[in-house]
Design a protein around this ligand. Structure first.
Ligand code: IPM
Ligand code: MN
Length: 371
């Protein structure tokens, strides 16, 4: 029995999660697997009516589950950053999900490149540090102090910034930070994954030519880890990387990238594979509770219209099965998606006519047909 906490979230989140659950239920009808789903209303509605984001109590409840299955978080009525940091990032950090795995295989025939080029990339985005630590603040009139705190499973750090400028202006700071131990465990995971798929080369992305403090530590650890593991690696600056992902995505197989740049290049790459509607992600803690979600957001303007592509969420369910040790069932979901596409069923974002529900139904039918 797999205990799954289900967080449909905001906007179109509940619609795509419903299709993901439909597909997981199709697995338990056809194969020996059982799920215990429990839904949580950790979302913008709860925030707007009660003012609560993620609470200690939520975390304690969620700890009882094997995995978290998430739709999307985000709402136009709330100031940017409140829900993102207070819910999504709070969950990633609370469960120490230091890896964000975002697979990006070409989805034929939906690839957006003019040239016919085949590729299959796995992006590993660092998920708890970098410019995402939420440390920073304002000093007004050129003078002031900012007290910051970064609390993670690996450390609890207090940082104080004293600013004293010779110009009476307002200044804003956003501090980026990386720690050796976190980069080490992240690199270990990426190296393990490349061993698993028999890939000997890792492309490591950064901007070490400008942010040379933070990314020289990053490179130092990658050099050490790859040397010890006998793994080949090379560095790409993120600007060149965005270009290369459009120009020659077939040159890459495994990519490791810091949090902020990873956020950006995975949206770009999702579009190259066929569209954001096809891109899943796993927030992974190899020894703890992982959380699976589509890369896309809550798309409030499409809420309730039954037109959003549920495939990213269905593929997030596939990643969840892989992570729960059922790669056989992950494979069934993958084949179900492929089978539905091969029958010509796809949603409007891909140029098709299927509704959200019809897309989910087609994947379920393809799964039944595999038996
Ligand atoms: C993503 C999202 C989040 C991120 C936001 C909503 C905090 O864009 O999962 O890619 O930046 O990680
Ligand atoms: Mn993003």
């Amino acid at each position: 029995m797999h205990k799954i906490a289900v967080l449909p979230g905001d906007g179109i989140g509940p619609e795509v999660v419903a299709e993901g659950l439909k597909v997981l239920n199709a697995l338990s009808e056809n194969y020996s697997v059982k799920f215990d789903f429990q839904e949580f209303n950790i979302n913008s509605e709860r925030y707007l009516s009660t003012g609560t984001l993620v609470t200690e109590e939520d975390i304690a409840q969620l700890r009882k589950f094997d995995s978290i299955f998430l739709g999307a978080i985000g709402d136009d009525r709330v100031k940017p950053g409140v829900l993102e940091k207070g819910i999504l990032l709070a969950l990633r950090f609370s469960f120490d999900q230091y890896i964000n795995h975002r697979p990006a295989p070409l989805w034929k025939p939906f690839g957006r490149l003019k040239r016919d080029v085949d590729f299959n990339i796995d992006v590993f985005r660092e998920n708890t540090e970098d410019y995402y630590i939420g440390a920073g603040g304002r000093v007004t009139g050129g003078k002031g102090s900012i007290d910051m705190r970064v609390k993670r499973h690996l450390y609890d750090m207090k940082v104080r910034l004293d600013a004293n400028a010779d110009a009476a202006d307002d200044f804003a700071f956003e501090i980026g930070m990386m720690s050796r131990k976190n980069i080490e465990r992240f690199a270990d995971h990426v190296i393990d994954f490349s061993n698993l798929i028999g890939e000997n080369y890792i492309t490591v992305v950064d901007k070490a030519n400008v942010c040379s403090n933070i990314y020289s530590l990053w490179r130092e650890v990658w050099d050490e880890k790859c040397k010890r593991a006998g793994k080949e690696h090379g560095y790409m600056y993120v600007d060149a990387m965005t270009m290369a992902l459009v120009k020659n995505p077939d040159k890459f197989r495994v990519i490791a990238v810091p949090n902020m740049f990873g956020d950006i290049i995975t949206d770009l790459l999702a579009e190259v594979t066929g569209g954001l509607g096809l891109a899943p992600g796993g927030n992974i803690n190899p020894k703890g509770i992982s959380m699976f979600e589509p890369v896309h957001g809550s798309a409030p303007k499409y809420k309730g219209m039954d037109r959003i592509n549920p495939i990213a969420t269905i593929l997030a369910a596939k990643m969840m099965m892989d992570n729960l040790g059922r790669r056989d069932l992950g494979d069934v979901i993958f084949k179900g998606v492929r089978g539905a596409f091969d029958k010509g069923v796809y949603t409007q974002d891909l140029g098709g006519k299927a509704t959200t529900k019809q897309m989910g139904d087609a994947v379920v039918a393809a799964i039944h047909a595999l038996k």
